[in-house]
Design a protein around this ligand. Sequence first.
Ligand code: PEP
Ligand code: MG
Length: 586
Amino acid sequence: MKQERGKILEGIAASPGIGMGDAFCLQRRRHGIRRYHIEESDVEAELLRFDGGVVRAIENLNSIMKEIDSESSRNHYDILQAHTFMLEDPVLIDGTKKKISERRLNAEWALENTVRDLETMFFNRADETLQERVADLHQSTHHVFDQLLGVQSRLMSDIPENAVVIAENLSPSETTTFYRTRVAAIVLEKGGRASHVAIIAQSLGIPTVLGVPEALEIIRDGGRVIVDGGRGRVVVDPSDAQRERYEDRRKRRDSLAMELLDRKTAPAQTKDGTHILLGANLAALGKLANLDAFGADVVTLFRTEFMFIDRAQPPDEEEHYSCYRKLVEGAGGRPVTIRTQDLGGDKCPQYWPFADERNPLLGTRGVRTVQRHPEWMEQQVCAILRASALGPVRLLLPMITGVGELRELRELIARAKESLRKRGVAYDPDTPIGIMVETASAGIVADRLAAECDFFSIGTNDLVQYTLAVDRDSQELAYLYSPLHPAVLRLVDSICKAAKSQNIPVALCGEIGSDPLYTLLLIGAGIDEIGMGASNIPFIRGLIRESHRSEAEKLFADALDAHTVEDVRELVIPWMRSRFPRYFSD
Ligand code: PEP
Ligand code: MG
């Protein structure tokens, strides 16, 4: 542990705001497994040690299951139960014991060996369900390894309120647990600017810094930490002076937020009369109250893939419907855009059948799953259409790459409508059908796509990734991942022009929507609606109300003229800072 007072760690600014609290270090098991042969006389003791590890692991799982009682965690409960069954499976347990007694391997080595045998056995069978069990096998034996190694790996459910969570990385489903437990801030060793951790943290308004190397080594569990999510800085064990400085900045930001919140019902309209719709991006129902609290006009994006994760099977039509009904009712008459699942990449459930892809971000993702599992999409589309009978709903398709794909999906939607009609179930036949423009190909053929859908939603998180060929999660390549790249700006420009030429609205739902630095560029490009983590809406509204569309158009035109990312940055950042100093004092 090499902690120093007031040390500043630099990382990627992933979700703005200043968070202070005590560090809660989520240490995963990082120790290597020691492998050694035991003496004949030690076999009995080693068998007892192994049994003890298994019993404690099962007890541990049972105690977590006891804590999970809410309806929404039912599937999590089922998964943990499957893990306990796995730890009672004679093939695993007896197989390991045999290796301890016959080959005299120490318990960890024997368990590791048995896991490897089972893995090979599962993969060699063409049976998908057996292959899916490999993930269960790893997760359940993880608990036994922890017990044997004496490492108590801490669980998400242990995190106290207002802690600063420090971890190597968090899965998207782990991050969604912060809908329940309020944390002060998040610091991860891994992750990039548009990773899903960043997106969820933004939607929850949790200050977050990602890509901080060795954070777990440097930050002491329980030690005081300040996280500056806007600048990408982490202050470890701050001095009194540092603490006061950050408190001061936080107060200034809070007072601007309070002032802007007072005007939350004022329209987001420029001084020369352009009205921009401001919407919330949501990934779960938990934060519907934020729509009123921050004055959202619409729900620009409801990400549904998290409903598919943390469970043993995909949701059926009724489960989908029950969720969308609550969403539409909770939105209180605001238009709601529901996106069909965008599974794949880093959002893969346990039953994911495409786990062996070499390059998941270029593999089966979003609407591409329809080839193997059309029923996932059919049931979801039926449920979204049913929700359209309850209030204004728009249906959004992710990961579209061309017109052929869009036509096939429109046929699927038409069949879903037909089946609802036959079943006598109500839906709005005019439910708008839009597409995410987030692949380079969709951007390039946007004129053709605009003629065959009702609205666009530009997903810059992926558009940047797929245009610049940079993994959006990569910490190493974060320096290349820039929405200000001239190629991205040109695409955004031609996408907006294509939408205008067909008279369809264009929304933007990537993370840049939350960042005031980009607001004028977006208005200048001709974006009609901007989606973001709801807590950012007052800032973006305030800024729009102080601006003119004419200056936004000039800024965007100048940015389009620039040749490099650096040129665009040097143009936009100082201009925004001097034009709107209050919004950038942080
Ligand atoms: C995007 O790609 O910009 C987007 C909003 O979708 P997601 O982040 O869920 O991929
Ligand atoms: Mg996307």
